[in-house]
Unconditional design. Structure first.
Length: 98
């Protein structure tokens, strides 16, 4: 049961790291140059705004993309800690693998 949970935690970790990696690939040099449109669920470069206003190309009101602390960091750390603790418990024999 614990090994199955560790495999599931590994898959969740893989998804979280992939999500974080795609965010790094789409980042441009200037952190303030992206704007996020919630209805479109897209990030647009600031130069694509309609007439320099706060509207995306489809006409939705947009907000500046934040660069604060992400909960994915906490989830990644929790997955790594769970996998490490599970591996330690299995290796020490504290938890039966059958």
């Amino acid at each position: 049961m614990l090994i199955g949970a560790m495999v599931l935690a590994g898959l969740v970790l893989l998804v979280l790291v992939a999500d974080r990696g795609t965010a790094l690939m789409t980042r441009v040099a200037d952190a303030g140059s992206l704007v996020y449109c919630r209805p479109c669920d897209m990030r647009y470069p600031r130069d694509q705004l309609v007439d320099g206003s706060r509207r995306c190309p489809q006409g939705h009101h947009i907000a500046t993309a934040s660069r604060g602390f992400s909960m994915s960091t906490v989830l990644i750390a929790a997955c790594i800690a769970f996998i490490a603790l599970g591996a330690l418990l299995v290796a020490s024999g504290a938890v039966a693998t059958r």
